[in-house]
Design a protein around this ligand. Structure first.
Ligand code: SF4
Ligand code: SF4
Length: 215
């Protein structure tokens, strides 16, 4: 899921400086799970904006704010609540914000900072495990991603700073390559302390990415 958190309220107010009437948009998927843009957060935002002198014309939690057609449909359904607003405040990831700005001629304000693609460890605790590199190495690394878990993104074993299995950069964590080695050792598979993975092909991570499924 896409992990996000709300921007400081004062930053949001600054971005809404010229808008007195504001329509709020949340997302029922990732932003709801992150408690950054679900129903509850929209109500809180409405209260705070009202206390700050703004007129909140209405709100909607879109099923998936990254779904461009759905966004257009849901905004149309809100009619005058949207058309009478000076600005749309979006509590969704950057993809959701851009769905809204592409589907409306209103000024669109991002209320969240989008952080990373995350795994859910437990309720309210998210961890980055994949950096979307476009060339997955997990088959060679025992299912542990060195691109993400090694702060240096090393692909061929640990750096010289590893200290008894701990990472020299992220001192709270085990070295990614120590984790890879340990898992392979526990499975009785060859432990590639020195490997020869080819360098990353950054062309696989060209932006903007796009994918069209064959019918
Ligand atoms: S190698 Fe790591 S960053 Fe790349 S796709 Fe696989 S899990 Fe994601
Ligand atoms: S100690 Fe391990 S995880 Fe940390 S930077 Fe070096 S190789 Fe990467």
């Amino acid at each position: 899921m896409i992990v996000s958190k709300q921007k400081p309220f004062l930053d949001i107010l600054t971005a809404l400086e010229t808008a007195s009437r504001v329509f709020l948009i949340g997302c029922a998927k990732c932003a709801t799970v992150c408690k950054s843009g679900g129903e509850e957060q929209l109500w809180q935002m409405q209260e705070e904006l009202t206390a700050a002198g703004k007129d909140v014309t209405g709100s909607v939690v879109i099923d998936e704010a990254c779904h461009m057609l759905r966004v257009q449909r849901d905004l149309r359904a809100k009619g005058e609540m949207v058309t009478s607003a000076d600005a749309l405040l979006v509590l969704a990831c950057g993809a959701g914000v851009q769905s809204v700005s592409a589907g409306s001629d209103k000024s669109t304000v991002a209320g969240l900072d989008t952080l990373f693609l995350g795994n859910i460890r437990r309720f309210g605790q998210f961890e980055q495990r994949c950096s979307l590199c476009g060339e997955c190495r997990l088959n060679e690394t025992a299912g542990i991603c060195p691109v993400t878990l090694c702060p240096k993104g090393l692909l061929n074993g640990p750096c010289g700073g590893m200290d008894e299995g701990r990472c020299e950069v992220n001192t709270d964590a085990e070295c990614a390559w120590y984790q890879i080695y340990s898992r392979l050792r526990d499975r009785g598979e060859a432990a590639p302390l020195v490997t020869t993975n080819p360098p990353r092909d950054f062309a696989k991570h060209l932006k903007p990415g796009s994918l069209k499924l064959e019918k």
